[in-house]
Design a protein around this ligand. Structure first.
Ligand code: CP
Ligand code: NVA
Length: 330
């Protein structure tokens, strides 16, 4: 089947079919191979893109910049304080201005409706670099990583532990459901994804041959898992006070070595990063001072251990963001 994503936005995985997702994963692998072999792929020479970041970033920003340069494009970066967006100029007006200057726009920020609005008015492809609800570019990197490790994107048990009702839990549930992967949200029921989203994912899973399970039982949830995934318990933009309630509810769902006693032997550990696995961060030290914990969503042993693929996953952000831009702009 021939797939053409030219001029499409990339806002959430609900807008994409399983074949389109698989196409982007395979294109990422192709572009990764070219980069490793030193084969030039600056096929988007002369194009310009804008990166809007209303929240901070290391991986996503660097991935967009390096990928754009490899493709021959120029980049303008607008930091959280460096533009009028939302404060002195509406999203609709900003979109119409930037759409006249740039060939594509990345947006990282708060509500999903903001990036949807931007896309509605920009007239050029808009890529969601993370909202409160979704993190779609991360999905292509994650699926590329899974495919590299297992050689397939089906017949896998994929377990997400932690805050499953935020951008990462939501996005992984939808992506796995579309691809025919068995997705499990293993967490306190307060942190299960939104019911409507769960119904959508379950319908997709029926079509794909996958499944969606919500459970608070760690032993059952992680049994025979192929992938154990977690993310920070308090996301960007959430208040500091959230830590107490999250620690109380989510500590039983910390990814530690006991979890891997239940999984398959060759199970992998994934995390979108950044991670709080030691006292190497200001936030980590603050939480330690207040609550006495030196490891949060994942222990240092697992993070640094044999199951962990987190740095392959981080590298794949660049190759997959390149694929998303290439497919939508070429
Ligand atoms: N995983 C991820 O999006 O990382 P950044 O916040 O550093 O971009
Ligand atoms: N849930 C995290 C993901 C970071 C990549 C956040 O929104 O901060």
């Amino acid at each position: 089947m021939s797939i053409n994503l030219h001029n499409r936005n990339f806002l959430k995985l609900m807008d994409y079919t399983a074949d389109e997702i698989r196409y982007l994963v395979d294109l990422s692998a192709e572009l990764k191979d070219k980069k490793k072999k030193g084969i030039a792929h600056d096929e988007l020479k002369g194009k310009n893109i804008a990166l809007i970041f209303e929240k901070t970033s290391t991986r996503t920003r660097c991935s967009f910049e390096v990928a754009a340069h490899d493709l021959g494009m120029h980049v303008t970066y607008l930091d959280p304080s460096g533009s009028q967006i939302g404060r002195k100029e509406s999203i609709a007006d900003t979109a119409r201005v930037l759409g006249r200057m740039f060939d594509g726009i990345e947006y990282r920020g708060y509500g999903q409706e903001i990036v949807e609005d931007l896309a509605k008015y920009a007239g050029v492809p808009v890529w969601n670099g993370l909202t409160n609800e979704f993190h779609p570019t991360q999905m292509i990197a994650d699926m590329l990583t899974v495919k590299e490790k297992f050689g397939r994107l089906s017949d896998l048990k994929f377990v997400y532990m932690g805050d499953a009702r935020y951008n990462m839990g939501n996005s992984l549930m939808i992506t796995c459901a579309k691809l025919g992967i068995d997705f499990v949200a293993c967490t306190d029921s307060k942190y299960f994804p939104d019911e409507k989203l769960v119904s959508y994912a379950k319908e997709e899973a029926v079509k794909s041959g996958g499944s969606v399970t919500l459970t608070s039982d760690v032993s059952e949830g992680t049994k025979d898992a192929d992938v154990i995934y977690t993310d920070v318990w308090v996301s960007m933009g959430e208040p500091e006070e959230a830590w107490k309630e999250r620690i109380d509810a989510l500590l039983p769902y910390q990814v530690n070595s006991k979890v891997f006693e239940k999984t398959k032997k060759d199970a992998i550990f994934m995390h979108c990063l950044p991670a709080y696995h030691d006292l190497g961060t200001e936030v980590g030290r603050g939480v330690h001072e207040k609550y006495g914990l030196s490891e949060l969503e994942v222990t240092n042993e697992v993070f640094e251990g044999e199951h962990s693929v987190v740095f392959d996953e981080a590298e794949n952000r660049m190759h997959s963001i390149k694929a998303i831009m290439y497919a939508t702009l070429k």
